[in-house]
Ligand binder design. Structure first.
Ligand code: ATP
Length: 438
């Protein structure tokens, strides 16, 4: 399958089956933002829940936080985003579209939109933060920004969290939330959008121990993606060279995935040093030091950040899970999602629409739902078609009520990947699935 085909197929499957819709589609849509449908919202939530569980719930050295999108404008002066959060842009003087100066076509001198050559302006810096106004008056004194990352909300709350949770350095603060960047060249479906969600964790450490913690977090985060079921051969680390390092970073590694459009970052691990806390001390006039209760030593902690894009990770999950297989001369499309990520865990079918089978199937579906296991009832079409509809959205198990069910109270469960069928007692279904989800 050609790589561009794979992206087209995913976009179309996502729309048809309710994973992802283009935003404002009835108005012609926008290329830079997307909406998650009934299945997409479940998949996204499952990814976030796994992250939250691994990063916060299962650790006693990381606290959770949820800060606001709108912040005091000085935050972005202090963080360096007002001055430095810019991309060099060129404009085509023929069609007046703007592009990142580092795009290969642009470097080659040809406009990606109108195709004319050598019509670009000199590169100009352009701030990626969205501006808006706080309060009823639209003047410059009311200008604020939509946050371009969640991390700053964490830094300004560092002492609040540390004190309230009585944590001692080293410890971390995690949050999941929306971020906004007025990207010049959004694209590749949900890969680069202007509104997206981040799952970020800032780990505060004593200076001097930062490199050791950096290595530990690199390993922990890579393992998390492998545990998500992503094929390890499609994952790699890529270190930022000196000219790529962000203004705040001493060292940075990206976790990259081999997308159909090449190896690309979807998570970054950054050694942000004491840059952010020091800058907030300077700009706010408030001390952001940590006092070690044992030694009474005062210091501004260093920060090791793990910054994952939730939407990009979701794209990784979809791309990695999609496959087409030949079975008995027919092609089946499968989303081989990890069961813990699959939006629907089980589909329940009556073999035929009579002999009490629909009622028995409804009862099983209801029992699964009552146990908070998302289950789906389907009685329409041939059984093979019903299986294939579930394969395509990644449902791991299909349960079929058949003629034997009324006789001995048993059903078959078919596995999405191995296609094997087992027969178990109707009253064991919930437990059987629960066991495999845990
Ligand atoms: P890129 O180089 O792709 O613009 P970045 O290095 O600026 O990304 P970070 O600031 O490190 O990204 O943000 C951390 C994560 O947030 C990224 O790894 C990515 O998954 C996600 N992210 C950043 N920008 C976007 C965007 N415009 N759309 C979707 N996800 C994004």
């Amino acid at each position: 399958m050609a790589n561009s085909d794979l992206m087209d197929k995913l976009v179309s499957l996502s729309k048809r089956r309710g994973y992802i819709f283009q935003s404002s589609e009835i108005y012609g849509g926008t290329g830079s933002v997307w909406d998650y449908g009934p299945l997409g919202v479940e998949l996204k939530r499952n990814i976030k829940d796994r992250w939250w569980s691994a990063m916060v719930r299962r650790r006693d050295d990381v606290e959770g936080l949820d800060t606001s999108i709108l912040m005091h404008p000085s935050v972005w002066e202090a963080s360096g985003h007002v001055a430095a959060f810019t991309d060099p842009l060129v404009e085509c003087t023929n069609c007046h579209r703007r592009f990142r100066a580092d795009l290969p076509e642009v470097e080659g001198g040809q406009c990606p939109t109108c195709g004319t050559k050598d019509t670009f302006t000199e590169p100009r810096l352009f701030n990626l933060m969205f501006k808006t106004f706080m309060g009823p008056v639209e003047d410059s004194s009311a200008t604020i920004y939509l946050r371009p990352e969640t991390a700053q909300g964490t830094y300004v709350n560092f002492l609040n969290v540390q004190g309230a949770a009585r944590q001692r350095v080293p410890f971390g603060i995690a949050q999941i939330g929306k971020a906004f960047r007025n990207e010049i060249t959004p694209g590749n479906f949900i890969f680069r959008t202007r509104e997206f969600e981040q799952a970020e964790m800032q780990f505060f450490v004593k200076p001097g121990t930062d490199e050791e913690w950096f290595d530990r977090w690199m390993e922990t985060r890579m393992q998390w993606h492998v545990d998500l079921g992503i094929r390890p051969e499609k994952l790699r680390f890529q270190e930022h060279g000196p000219d790529e390092l962000a203004h705040y970073a001493k060292k940075a590694f990206d976790i990259e995935y081999e997308f159909p459009f090449g190896w690309k970052e979807f998570e970054g691990i950054h050694n942000r040093t004491d840059f952010d806390l020091t800058r907030h001390q300077e700009h706010s006039g408030k001390r952001l030091e940590y006092i070690d209760p044992g030694s009474n030593e005062r210091f501004v902690p260093y920060v090791v950040e793990t910054a994952m894009g939730v939407d990009r990770t979701l794209l990784v999950v979809l791309v990695d899970a999609y496959r087409e297989e030949e079975i008995q001369g027919e092609t089946r499309v499968v989303l081989g999602l990890h069961p813990s990520l699959a939006p629907t865990k089980a589909a329940v079918f009556p073999l035929v629409k009579k002999d009490g089978m629909p009622e028995a199937a409804h009862k099983i579906k209801d029992a699964l739902r009552a146990a908070a296991i998302p289950a789906f009832y389907d009685q329409s079409g041939a059984i093979g078609r019903r299986y294939r509809r579930q394969d395509e959205v990644g449902t791991p198990w299909c349960i079929t009520v058949d003629g034997e069910t009324a006789e001995n109270d048993s059903v078959t469960i078919r596995d999405r990947d191995s296609l094997e069928q087992v027969r178990i007692g109707t009253d064991q279904v919930v437990g059987w699935i629960r066991e495999r989800l845990d």
